[in-house]
Design a protein around this ligand. Structure first.
Ligand code: ZN
Length: 220
């Protein structure tokens, strides 16, 4: 018996902080060979969006022109055993040190090789509020330690992992240079156990694109 837990924020097109617009059009306007009968509800959607929206995955091509894009992202990275690290005790806008990451990993018995690592900052319920941008963030050494521990994919319930005010994108760089994609704005981490669950997060394979909304699902 397994339970599925949705770790994805719903996209409400009219209430997104970044561009996501939906135009509803009749199917016949897309393909003139299509017949739409008088009064028939047979629609398609024209969507215009920024790729970094809601719960989304970012791959190395975001920062490195020779890094993997969505089309070349290996499927094995997007699925597998996962662990949950708890940082909900860390205050807003405070840096999470390498020592704190190590302690969080020790509390759950370590990080198995090739794990998906979800980091709970306690901010999922603040998504969409002004407070959301005040989440703690990771030191470069903390991320490097996670990368060296065998993390294959990272997820966080915040808008990012970067040091506030830093324009170098150094933390993204550490992940991407270790071929670790990042999922931002993960939801509902409070519903998960600390280990013994799997996560799937498969984005659509699009050539030359660096990020896309992704449905993140945990299997208990
Ligand atoms: Zn992003």
């Amino acid at each position: 018996m397994s339970a599925l837990i949705d770790l994805t924020h719903i996209i409400y097109p009219e209430h997104t902080p970044r561009r996501f617009s939906v135009e509803t059009i009749g199917a016949e306007t897309v393909n003139k060979n299509v017949v739409r009968l008088q009064g028939q509800w047979y629609i398609m959607s024209k969507i215009s969006m920024v790729s970094h929206i809601a719960t989304h995955i970012e791959v190395p091509y975001h920062l490195f022109p020779d890094g993997c894009d969505l089309a070349s992202l290996p499927l094995e990275i997007c699925f597998g055993q996962a662990v949950l690290l708890d940082f909900t005790h860390i205050q807003k806008r405070v840096e999470i040190s390498m020592e704190e990451v190590k302690e969080a990993a020790e509390r759950i018995g370590g990080i198995p090789e090739k794990s998906i690592v979800l980091c709970n900052l306690g901010y999922s319920s603040r998504y969409g509020t002004e407070e959301y941008s005040q989440s703690p963030y990771f030191s470069a050494r903390a991320l490097q330690w996670l990368a060296d521990s065998g993390m294959k994919l990272m997820g966080v319930d915040a808008g990012g992992v970067e040091i506030p005010g830093s324009e170098e994108h150094g933390n993204h760089g550490i992940l991407f240079s270790n071929r670790i994609p990042l999922i931002e704005n993960v939801a509902h981490l409070e519903l998960l156990p600390v280990s013994h669950f799997q996560v799937a997060a498969f984005p659509y394979p699009i050539k030359g694109v660096e990020a896309f909304p992704v449905r993140v699902v945990a299997f208990l």
